[in-house]
Design a protein around this ligand. Structure first.
Ligand code: ADE
Length: 251
């Protein structure tokens, strides 16, 4: 991978990367399109860190700003996601390999979920980046046992790392019937969130490497709002800090 340019680390909300922000050595910050971009050295790598805000448009704007202004070699998106697959539990980690905009529907002009102008209904992560994020996540999980007391809060069994398809849309999913519809429409999809496939689309257009790693904060059903808020305030940023630390050692 390109060693000379910066790695962008992006999350939707401050709670998702608060620990990364407080641990890194900030050298400069720039304001663009209402977003603060922090330039920093983090675990010996040059990084630019930014909060995208929530949703596909906010994430796409942020991605364009990063690529046009900060000479980034790759963009790593992190944060939390809701589980779609039954195989996932709160506290598991999801590395995205494919990203689908589950709310895109220009049918009958174009097949459902295809963004008009693109050949398929999914965008892909850069494969080596995704593999490194998986390895980093597995290493981070070992460290998390000592750092995060999540069992009491969420009654978890031991967490696992999964990689596969992630769905993105401008909707917080907090209904088992909607979640089940997503399962039926996208068999095998692991998780749902609100930004990844938009960032992946912009990165595809610019030829910028993209990867995403998220921790499962909720199961996208009626309990989702409560679980999401608790996970966000208590656990999320420790997960992303450990994963990103391990990731920066690998790339
Ligand atoms: N991010 C975290 N949980 C989510 C959910 N249930 N729906 C959409 N985005 C999410």
């Amino acid at each position: 991978m390109n060693q000379s340019k910066r790695i962008a680390i992006v999350a939707a909300l401050e709670d998702e990367i608060a620990q990364i922000l407080s641990n890194m050595t900030i050298t400069e910050s720039k304001l663009l399109a209402g977003r603060k971009f922090w330039l920093a050295v983090h675990h010996d790598r040059e990084v630019v860190v930014v909060l995208s805000g929530i949703g596909k448009v906010a994430a796409a704007i942020t991605t364009v700003c990063l690529i046009e202004n900060f000479e980034v070699s790759q963009i790593v998106y992190t944060g939390v996601a809701g589980a779609v697959s039954e195989a996932l539990n709160v506290g598991d980690i999801v590395v995205g390999t494919r990203f689908i905009q589950h709310d895109m529907d220009a049918s009958p002009l174009f097949p459902r979920f295809v963004v008009p102008g693109y050949p398929t209904h999914y965008f892909e992560a850069e494969p080596q980046l995704a593999m490194n994020l998986k390895e980093a996540s597995e290493k981070a999980l070992m460290g998390l046992a000592n750092v995060v007391r999540f069992d009491g809060l969420f009654k978890l069994r031991s967490a696992q790392v999964h990689s596969g398809t992630v769905l993105s849309g401008d909707q917080f999913i907090s209904s088992s019937s909607v979640r089940d519809r997503l399962r039926r429409e996208h068999p095998g999809a692991l998780a749902v969130e609100m930004e990844g496939a938009a960032v992946a689309q912009v990165c595809k257009d610019y030829g910028t490497q993209f990867g995403m790693v998220r921790t499962v904060s909720d199961s996208a059903e009626e309990q989702a709002e409560k679980d999401f808020s608790l996970f966000l305030s208590s656990v999320a940023s420790q997960y992303s800090a450990l994963i990103i630390k391990e990731y920066l050692k690998l790339c």
